[in-house]
Design a protein around this ligand. Structure first.
Ligand code: AMP
Ligand code: MG
Length: 346
């Protein structure tokens, strides 16, 4: 399901980018699609030197695979799975990559007082949203596993790069942040290869390198959370920044007319219902954007806005159930509403 979503989303973005030139020379765009992290990752490089661009794409693909292999909970083994299997028992030595992402995830868990919680895995697994086993669990099942969710039980030893979960049965899920980190790493590789202009879409997490070739900003569409994939409600202009959205339309199932989506409120163990249907973050580092988009979704409008306004160089667009759109102060002059059904509320 996620694959289709990303593809359609990607089509909008491509159509938004005006004047993608395909001719040889400095306007050449080299595109590649990679399937990883449960989604389609599209890399577009604007550079006259095709060999250089292809090398950068190859290195990026390798790096993406490496990150997935270390951080996934959906394969047989990974560093994260090793940590989870050793919960309540041992410290596990992990790579600097995974350590860094866990450290960041813990930071955002702290900052949001557990609205973001990297130890949400047991509850995520129980619901199985996005898998064929998705179902509404019994309250007792939720209660039992909710006891295990507590980011304070993630013990990090920076000197030895080891991690331990305090209680048996506890488990980490980096699904809300790993794609963001991957976006940053791809951007780093592109830069190291001398690329100056690029656009990367990791299943809706957008990362831009530089401005468009003509010097104008990239114009990125914000998905209409109530419409089919690919329809946007607004456009945000960015240069060298990332845009990440968390929404209830990304992965969900319906039962008795109710939507059960994949962003869990760690306080209740149910899909978050704080009145938000999508939250979008604009900032420099995609790892931060990814963690914060999930955080704001769970926190709700008031606390979410307050959090983002308190952070330097981070902006947000929040869409609420009543079709209102809230934009942080620093984004207003580069945000354009393009759908009359929605109303700018601030
Ligand atoms: P995102 O699409 O970035 O908002 O991330 C959602 C994914 O992160 C889910 O599929 C879960 O794997 C995980 N997740 C769900 N709820 C939370 C939460 N409250 N804190 C951290 N991770 C979560
Ligand atoms: Mg996220």
């Amino acid at each position: 399901m996620k694959k289709n979503i990303s593809l359609i989303f990607l089509i909008t973005i491509v159509s938004i980018l005006s004047g993608c030139a395909n001719n040889k020379g400095t306007n050449t765009v080299i595109k590649e699609e990679i399937y990883a992290l449960g989604t389609v990752i599209q890399i577009q490089i604007y550079d006259g030197d095709e060999d250089k661009a292809k090398k950068a794409i190859e290195e990026s693909a390798k790096r993406i695979q490496e990150i997935e292999n270390k951080m996934t909970v959906n394969q047989e083994k990974s560093e994260v799975i090793q940590i989870n299997e050793n919960s309540g028992k041992n410290f596990v030595q992990i790579s600097p990559d995974t350590f860094y992402v866990i450290e960041k995830a813990k930071h955002y868990s702290d900052l949001t007082e557990g609205a973001f919680d990297l130890t949400i895995e047991p509850i995520v697994k129980l619901w199985g949203i996005g898998t064929e086993h998705a179902r509404v669990p019994k309250q007792e099942e939720i209660d039992d596993l909710l006891d295990l969710v507590d980011y304070k039980d993630v013990i990090l030893d920076k000197n030895t790069q080891q991690v331990k979960l305090n209680k048996k049965g506890q488990a980490i899920d980096l699904g809300a942040i790993a794609k963001g980190y991957t976006g940053d790493e791809v951007k780093k590789i592109l830069k190291e290869n001398g690329i100056k202009t690029a656009f990367v879409n990791l299943g809706g997490n957008v990362v831009t390198l530089g401005s468009k070739l003509d010097g104008s900003p990239w114009r990125i569409g914000v998905q209409n959370p109530l419409d089919e994939r690919g329809k946007h409600i607004a456009v945000i202009e960015v240069v060298d920044e990332t845009i990440v959205t968390s929404g209830n339309y990304e992965r969900y199932f319906m039962e008795n007319g109710k939507r059960y989506h994949h962003i869990i409120d760690p306080k209740t163990g149910y899909p978050a219902e704080a009145g938000i249907i999508s939250s979008t973050i604009v900032t420099d580092a995609s790892i931060d954007a990814d963690a914060l988009s999930t955080s704001v979704y769970v926190l709700g409008l008031e606390k979410g806005m307050a959090l983002i306004e308190s952070l330097e160089n981070v902006e947000a667009v929040i869409v609420t159930e009543d079709k209102k759109i809230y934009v942080t102060s620093g984004l207003k002059d580069r945000f354009k509403l393009e759908n009359e059904e929605f109303q700018l509320a601030n």
